[in-house]
Design a protein around this ligand. Structure first.
Ligand SMILES: Nc1ncnc2c1ncn2[C@@H]1O[C@H](COP(=O)(O)OP(=O)(O)OP(=O)(O)O)[C@@H](O)[C@H]1O
Ligand SMILES: [Mg+2]
Length: 282
């Protein structure tokens, strides 16, 4: 597999604070890679570094094989970036935001309408950004990141603050882009989003990657968190480890015909994170 984003042992301090600590990962062409972590973990900082907006103190980062400290027009034309502040012009219309961007970067205005259609904003094209909902603003910011039709998209919390329906629309758009072969690097707080969208994820906590891999594999690795929730006919709920040690209790319940329902509570990315950091997810 060819890697389009590579980071090896990246560290960065801002002021006296170490923000990123020996970060290493690789993203293959066409993958959706998720960077998961609570607020303040360093996700936005890492995107800035990978897109050449910040320089690391140690280690290396490469984008399309090029050191991110020296990205040129060739690389910039291949990346789309949606930062968490969205960076839209509130007074301009939806259409004019993209037209303005197109003119600055010498991109044809010809594709704007089609792009607005693809993110469901065509009807709203004449509306001022200040009059859009949060979900519409997110989709406009995504449309802007797609203007260059690059190979790689960096999306900083593309679904933060969105309701479940709008989140699903965004997921469908991202799945469509993946089908077209676009590589997507996204950050999120949302474990469900990461597990359902991403081929691989990295869990970031206080500037360190504490685990990375395929969501299913990470969960299986921490299988000792796997519990059986047994609801008895008496109404009592019993949590048993899913291990041979629980066999005797289960057998007793079965013999007494005492069981109403059994559910397995396999580890989720969330329970793994809590196990590794001792922190509740936010
Ligand atoms: N310019 C800066 N100077 C000093 N510290 C900074 C600077 N920018 C960010 N930080 C600090 O770096 C840490 C990581 O911030 P970052 O914005 O990357 O987190 P995040 O994971 O994106 O959080 P969120 O989920 O809230 O967006 C925070 O402690 C933040 O205060
Ligand atoms: Mg952030």
């Amino acid at each position: 597999m060819s890697y389009v984003i590579e980071a090896e042992d990246i560290s960065l301090s801002l002021g006296k604070k170490q923000i990123l600590d020996q970060i290493s990962f690789r993203v293959g062409e066409g993958e959706i890679f998720g960077l998961l972590g609570p607020s303040g973990a360093g996700k936005t900082t890492l995107i800035k570094l990978l897109t050449g907006q910040l320089k690391q103190d140690a280690g290396y980062a490469r984008l399309l094989g090029r050191d991110t400290g020296g990205l040129g027009a060739a690389e910039h034309s291949q990346i789309g970036v949606m930062m968490d502040d969205l960076g839209l012009y509130e007074r301009l219309s939806v259409y004019d935001n993209l037209a303005f961007y197109a003119d600055i970067y010498h991109i044809s205005r010809g594709k704007i309408e089609e792009l607005l259609e693809s993110v469901g904003l065509y009807e709203a094209r004449r509306r001022a950004v200040s009059k859009l909902s949060k979900g519409m603003k997110n989709r406009l910011s995504l449309a802007r990141a797609l203007m260059r039709e690059g190979k790689i998209l960096f999306l900083d919390e593309p679904t933060s603050g969105l309701d479940p329906v709008t989140t699903r629309q965004m997921h469908e758009i991202l799945a469509g882009l993946k089908k077209k072969g676009v590589t997507i690097f996204l950050t999120t707080h949302n474990m469900y989003e990461a597990a359902s969208l991403c081929v691989r994820v990295a869990l970031l906590n206080e500037g360190k990657i504490i685990e990375q891999g395929r969501p299913g594999e990470i969960c299986r690795k921490y299988n000792d968190l796997n519990l059986l929730r047994v609801t008895l006919k008496s109404g009592e709920e019993v949590l048993l480890k899913n291990s041979p040690a629980s066999a005797l209790r289960m057998r007793e319940y079965l013999e007494q015909d005492a069981i109403w329902a059994i559910h397995s509570t396999e580890p989720t990315l969330e329970s793994v994170f809590i196990e590794l950091t001792g922190k509740e997810w936010i």
